[in-house]
Design a protein around this ligand. Structure first.
Ligand SMILES: Cc1ncc(COP(=O)(O)O)c(C=O)c1O
Length: 353
């Protein structure tokens, strides 16, 4: 199979836009920019200049971090943009569909609906530890399923899926549909799926928003087969990442920043374990689900009351109103040690405090 057959015919045939040269060591009279910098412009490149159409230097550095080749990466505005890009590029409106697992990250379905694509859902069973059932998944798709989203570690359940099950999904979908493994929380887990990129129909999503503390710069990455990167790159608008974001992302890759991030990740992982142990012992807590991410899904006796008690004390957690499978659950992001202490102190007083 030609790997480009995974994409819509129109996308395969797109001729990429040719942006103006992004070089700044020349007299730039090619892009209708203003020659002076704005007051307060602290960027290296200058905000009067367009950013590079594609941040190739950042892409090369991120590729090295993720252990892939520069031709296997596309830098996107958060991994959110990569999800949208895949849905738009694979699904024909009114004909095709994606498959998602529930409970799961709701945005896959939103992007599919915007594209006019169908959304098939496969429920993860709480009784089964929200385990991925590859056989059930393969039985749920049809010939119009163009992309399957596996979020591992899964938001909001927190668990990473078993590698054998992921492998079975990848094997079952070869030459049929893309398998998108959303690894937004990968850094908090012992597992990654980067080896699966040897299969051309596999795409991985990564982000600087979670473990690297840069949600505000909107920088994510799509990792997949070089030919798909080329074709999907033609769909993305040029200059999609603003100059300050590129420069801040580059700075975060410096060894010093990188090792500080590593320390923070270690601390959050140990706080996750501490918080889980403490929550289990609280009255009213029915279950703390095992987590490979930077949050815990907790089933409590009265989620609404707990949520409101926390809000009264200025603490926000996530409750899933309108999702029956998560009725009674709260998703709590692991904070700094002092934040977790404060949370536990309030919860220890009970939901009516
Ligand atoms: C599983 C998952 N994927 C993707 C995203 C999007 O993240 P971003 O666009 O900030 O990279 C999120 C954000 O919460 C998420 O939980």
């Amino acid at each position: 199979m030609n790997v480009l057959d995974l994409l819509r015919p129109e996308i395969r045939e797109l001729v990429p836009y040719q942006p103006a040269s992004s070089a700044i060591d020349a007299l730039r009279l090619n892009a209708n920019e203003t020659p002076w910098r704005e007051i307060g412009d602290k960027t290296h490149r200058g905000l009067n200049r367009y950013p590079p159409a594609r941040p190739t230097e950042l892409a090369t550095r991120l590729a090295a971090r993720y252990g892939v080749e520069p031709e296997q990466i596309l830098v996107t505005r958060g991994s959110s943009e990569a999800i949208d890009l895949i849905v738009r590029s694979t699904c024909r409106t009114g004909k095709d569909n994606i498959l998602v697992l529930t409970p799961g990250f709701a945005m896959y379905g939103v992007y599919a609906k915007v594209q006019g694509a169908g959304v098939k859902q496969l429920a993860l069973s709480e009784a089964d530890g929200f385990r991925l059932d590859a056989e059930a998944l393969l039985a749920t798709i049809d010939t119009n399923t163009r992309a399957v989203f596996l979020c591992s570690p899964n938001n909001p359940t927190g668990n990473a899926f078993d590698r054998d099950a992921i492998n079975a999904v990848v094997a079952g979908l070869a030459n049929r549909a893309m398998v998108v493994i959303d690894e937004a929380y990968r850094e908090f887990s012992d597992q990654d799926c980067v080896d699966l990129l040897e299969y051309p129909h596999v795409a991985l999503l990564r982000t600087l928003s979670k473990a690297y503390g840069l949600a505000g710069i909107r920088c994510g990455a799509l990792l997949t087969h070089p030919r798909l990167i080329g074709a999907l790159g033609a769909v993305l608008p040029p200059y999609n990442l603003p100059t300050p974001c590129i420069e801040l992302a580059m700075a975060s890759l410096d060894p010093e920043a990188n090792s500080a991030a590593g320390e923070r990740i270690r601390l959050l992982r140990s706080e996750r374990a501490r918080l889980a142990r403490a929550l289990v012992d609280l009255p009213g807590v029915e279950r703390v689900f095992p987590s490979d991410a930077n949050f815990l899904l907790v089933r409590v006796v009265d989620a609404m009351n707990w949520d409101q008690a926390l809000q009264r004390q200025g603490i926000l957690v996530r409750r899933f109103e309108g999702d029956p499978s998560l009725d009674g659950c709260l998703r709590i992001t692991v904070g700094r040690p002092e934040d977790n202490d404060r949370l536990l102190e309030i919860l220890a007083k009970g939901a009516d405090s």
